[in-house]
Design a protein around this ligand. Structure first.
Ligand code: ATP
Length: 227
């Protein structure tokens, strides 16, 4: 059997450690995400979902425990190596698109590829293909401000997938959209994810969307439970 796309084991995290305001957020997280598996992460506000996604995606470090991405243990690796793995192997999507306002939709998808060492022409072709897959080829030259909220979020999905990562981490990717747009944009995300065989952990409060994923987990009192 192939290695899981993401393995979290014994993850613990507190803020203000050892200080009077210490908050213990994660208290022994265990999670294995198989290749191609799409998991819904459900959590009440403040439960630590963003903290968990940031640790899984190597944007933050745990106080204890192990993170392995595609079978590679990330603990003890130098920051430069962690950054390289994050750039190449992990895609992020947030509730707000965070696209660069002064660049076009296409350029927003090209830039992470250039940062990853992809030649400009190849990056351009990939960006156009991704935009085409979410129905936005005609909007390639538009800046984010000239796109609707749903369109902006689709571009953000393309950007997350620009470097063909094995793992997508999404923090309420449709949480900022009205219900109808949210459904359509979620469809686009699932098509992209399923079409690429990507593994994903998608945080959502929406149980209808959660029901469409392979497995559902809840973050509760610092641990993950199946629901
Ligand atoms: N830098 C920090 N310093 C101190 N406490 C923090 C810090 N970041 C987060 N926290 C606290 O840790 C807990 C978890 O925060 P986190 O942002 O991970 O929650 P969340 O589940 O993503 O919440 P939401 O859904 O509301 O965004 C919260 O109680 C928060 O106040």
């Amino acid at each position: 059997m192939s290695e899981p796309a993401l393995l979290l084991s014994g993850i613990e995290k507190s803020y203000n450690r050892g200080l009077p305001g210490e908050v213990s957020v994660l208290r022994g997280i265990e999670l294995s995400v198989a290749r191609g598996e799409v998991i819904a992460l459900v959590a009440p506000s403040g439960a630590g979902k963003s903290t968990l996604l940031h640790i899984a995606g190597l944007l933050d470090s745990a106080d204890a425990g192990r993170v392995a991405i595609a079978g590679q243990d990330m603990s003890g690796l130098p920051d430069t190596r962690r950054t390289a793995v994050r750039r190449a192997d992990v895609g992020f999507v947030y509730q707000f698109h965070h696209l660069l306002p002064e660049f076009s939709a296409l350029e927003n998808i090209v830039l992470p590829q250039l940062a990853n060492g992809t030649p400009r022409k190849k990056a351009d072709t990939r960006a156009r293909e991704l935009l085409d897959r979410v129905g936005l080829a005609p909007r390639a030259s538009h800046r984010p401000a000239a796109l609707s909220g749903g369109e902006q979020q689709r571009v953000a999905f393309c950007r997350a997938l620009a470097n063909a990562p094995g793992l997508l981490l999404a923090d309420e990717p449709t949480g900022n959209l009205d219900p109808v747009t949210s459904d359509q944009v979620f469809d686009a995300l699932m098509e992209l994810v399923r079409g690429t065989g990507l593994s994903a952990v998608i945080a959502t409060h929406n149980m209808d969307l959660a029901a469409r994923m392979d497995r559902r987990i809840r973050l509760e009192a610092g641990r993950l439970v199946d629901i």
